[in-house]
Design a protein around this ligand. Structure first.
Ligand SMILES: [Zn+2]
Length: 478
């Protein structure tokens, strides 16, 4: 039965209806050719443990990424970089030529789809190569960069990864950031409508599909950005401040970043269209009030997604802002000393900054409520401070759990929902016909997905330990 489903699925993708069995077989061989997976260069292949075209993983506990609870004793067959079969051990035939991997005691989750996953951090405008290694080693197989400090370099890196020349996740690139008067001078502060339209056309012609608006963007500029981006088949997301969530949803923005922390709708003494007012609303607001629920319903009705970035917020909470050992191992001496200074600072404050701790809890509550109301919540790392690419995505899982999400819900946020907002039906869940991007975790998932034993992308099984070994002390240097 499963096989039959796969046949029809394949044929639907090709866009023709089969008339006979031979047509079907012809379609299948055509799709196998179409879907011939990429070849990896030798220097990338060295980091893989499994490179066979045909792999069968048996006895696994599997989360499919669609929000379903885990299923035990599952077999997954991967061929040519795609899932060929998936089901109970007893139901699935293992191809004769397949490399068989027994995953008894291990858990499989879809590859993480991070949608706020930059290739830059403050002061370092492009850290693409090392960030890409960290992402992949942490099980992040697709990223949307959510604003680029070096868009051209992002595009070039994404092509190299696509061709199998460099280790990394699939990269969905972004254009340069837009902001407005008084905003960050490294971003585009539009002088005219024409400039906005030209910029968007320029970058979409180069393959960019996402634009990010930053805090000072004016409502009028957002209208132009959304209009032109949508005309060019691109999407717009924002770290908002001058514009409220309500206004942005009405204007037609696709996504909103950071949740409650940037919900200027509730700022005290705020001027329309200007990034002013104060954040104290976060200490007063009743999250399950009608006021907040109405706003969340409006966001949902307008098909706007929210991106959760809990790990980076946690890094500003003094009693929680601690780098773990693996992070300290990867960070360069410069970043370690900056971290140590920040820690000293926090400690000398006498600690117990309960304000930010309480705000974190409210941000969590806001996101949990939005998800339960039917909103599309996604997640991303927004790396900075000691929150590293990939490691921070894994930390997000733990924080979503703390926020009240079940394992399968947190995973859905981090996988299938990411694929949904990227409009990529090929990734985000473990389903026959989709790309074989997935992570094998040692043991059962309790509250963590840190113990990645293998990361599969395009059907190749990478050894994360080898990748991490290689970048010890190297994140990042000037
Ligand atoms: Zn960001």
């Amino acid at each position: 039965m499963r096989h039959l489903t796969f046949l029809f699925l394949s044929v639907t993708i090709l866009g023709c209806k089969p008339n006979s069995k031979s047509d079907l077989i012809a379609s299948i061989s055509r799709i196998d050719t179409l879907r011939g997976r990429i070849e990896l260069d030798q220097n990338v292949l060295e980091y893989t443990k499994y490179d066979s075209n045909s792999i069968a993983l048996t006895n696994a506990t599997v989360f499919d990424g669609k929000g379903n609870p885990a299923k035990e004793n599952q077999t997954i067959v991967v061929e040519n970089g795609y899932f060929k079969a998936f089901g109970q051990n007893s139901e699935i035939d293992i191809p004769e030529n397949a490399t068989v991997i027994n995953l008894k005691g291990k858990t499989v989750i879809p590859g993480i789809v991070g949608v706020h996953n930059h290739l830059h951090i403050p002061r370092f405008p492009f850290i693409g190569e090392i960030a890409s290694k960290l992402y992949l080693a942490s099980g992040v197989t697709t990223i949307q960069t959510c604003g680029a400090a070096s868009p051209q370099q992002e595009i070039e890196l994404s092509k190299k990864i696509e061709k199998g020349q460099v280790i990394g996740p699939n990269i969905v690139t972004s254009g340069p950031y837009f902001t407005g008067k008084g905003g960050n001078p490294n971003m585009i502060i539009p002088e005219s409508e024409e400039q906005i339209r030209d910029t968007i056309r320029y970058w979409t012609q180069k393959g960019v599909r996402w634009f990010k608006v930053y805090r000072n963007t004016s409502p009028k500029d957002l209208e132009t950005i959304v209009d032109e981006a949508h005309k060019q088949g691109a999407k717009v997301t924002g770290h908002l401040c001058s514009i409220t969530f309500e206004q942005a949803a009405h204007i037609g923005i696709d996504g909103i970043e950071h949740g409650l922390n940037s919900a200027s709708d509730f700022r005290n003494n705020k001027t329309f269209g200007i990034c002013d007012g104060s954040r104290e609303y976060m200490d007063e607001l009743v999250i399950d009030s009608e006021e907040v629920k109405n706003l969340q319903n409006l966001i949902i009705d307008n098909n706007v997604f929210l991106t959760s970035t809990l790990a980076i917020y946690e890094a500003s909470v003094p009693e929680r802002a601690f780098a773990d050992e693996r992070t300290l191992n990867v960070m360069s001496p410069i970043l370690v000393s900056e971290y140590t200074d920040r820690r000293k600072n926090f400690d000398s404050m006498g600690l117990k900054d309960n304000i930010r701790q309480k705000r974190l809890k409210r941000i969590m509550q806001f996101e949990r409520q939005f998800y339960k109301m039917g909103g599309t919540l996604t997640a991303g790392v927004d790396a900075g401070r000691h929150v590293l690419p990939g490691f921070g995505d894994q930390r997000n899982f733990e924080l979503l759990k703390e926020a009240g999400f079940t394992n399968q819900e947190a995973l859905k946020v981090m996988t299938a929902n990411g694929a949904k907002v990227l409009s990529n039906p090929d990734i985000g869940s473990i389903e026959v016909g989709k790309k074989a991007d997935f992570v094998v975790i040692d043991g059962q998932i309790e509250n963590s997905i840190r113990n990645a034993a293998l990361v599969f992308k395009d059907g190749y099984g990478y050894n994360p330990k080898l990748i991490l070994e290689d970048i010890k002390g190297k994140f990042v240097t000037e």
